[in-house]
Design a protein around this ligand. Sequence first.
Ligand code: EPU
Length: 307
Amino acid sequence: MNNINEIFAEKLKNAFGVRCKIKFNEPMASRTTFGVGGRADVLIEPEKETDLAEIIRLCNEHNVKFYVFGRGSNILVKDGGIRGVVVHLAGYWFERIVINGIEIECGTAARLKAIEGEAKKNGITGFEFLEGIPGTVGGALRMNAGAMGEEIFNIVKTFRLMDYSGKISEISAEEAGVKYRECEALKNAIALSAVLRGKIGEQEKISKKMEDFAEKRQSSQPKERSAGCVFKNPPGLSAGKLIDELGLKGRQIGEAMVSNEHGNFIVNIGGAKASDILALIDFIKNEVKQNKGISLETELEIIGEDL
Ligand code: EPU
């Protein structure tokens, strides 16, 4: 607990210690799909939305930074770890999935894989593109995650969010300020839940579509640890293809490597450090800028401190 002051830590323990899981000096590597990064001062798992609001209030009052985590599938935590509080959203309430006709109401920590499974079971089509995206609803909403030519906001009807003062509101997909891999409404707010809407479908056709998508993903994306695509696609182009054309696949710094399967993935081939991955990101950006005149922007969220 080296970087959080004692008074703040005591307050956290007193306020939440009974109901919520709290860990100090928590290693974050195992909490991200990349499998790299240092420790967080505090990791806390709120049980309810009111706990979440109270945690944010305490952090604000004590000037402590907080970061909201789901599955950690699009995040690179730096080697020096995180000074502040990681709020891990998980558990019964945040992971709930409720079917209501062709609508699925789900908590922010519900896994996309689980939602897609429920949709199939209940004969709801439109969710098949979620196949193989490793994140949660909250993470997907925050970055308008997509695959197979579709994106999450195509199936969002409404969603609830909490601003950094703890106030909860519900807005429609149209009001969210959505663009490619961007959601304006969630830049300074936390997604709490969403109502997703599909169409009535046939289970067999849904299964077939999911299998096709899974096959496409398996044949074109790596199996090693990664955080999905590192860069946003520049308008009208594929970042992976640009990187591939420059012959950068297989390029390695430390144990971070540009995937041989897909140029837009960096994989952790063993004991990569965040600094290896960051150096490789810079290297790729420079190569693409110099040789193609294009500035790549990261899709990956990079947080924490250098060592
Ligand atoms: N391509 C290459 N070489 C490569 C990679 C791709 O030539 O190394 C070519 C492909 O053959 C294809 C084109 O580039 O003709 C586009 O490739 P792909 O279908 O893989 O799509 P992408 O634009 O590279 C996007 C999403 C992925 C998603 C796939 C599948 C972004 C940044 N990426 O990739 O999402 O899984 O479509 O639909 O939008 C992610 O967001 O983390 C992610 C992995």
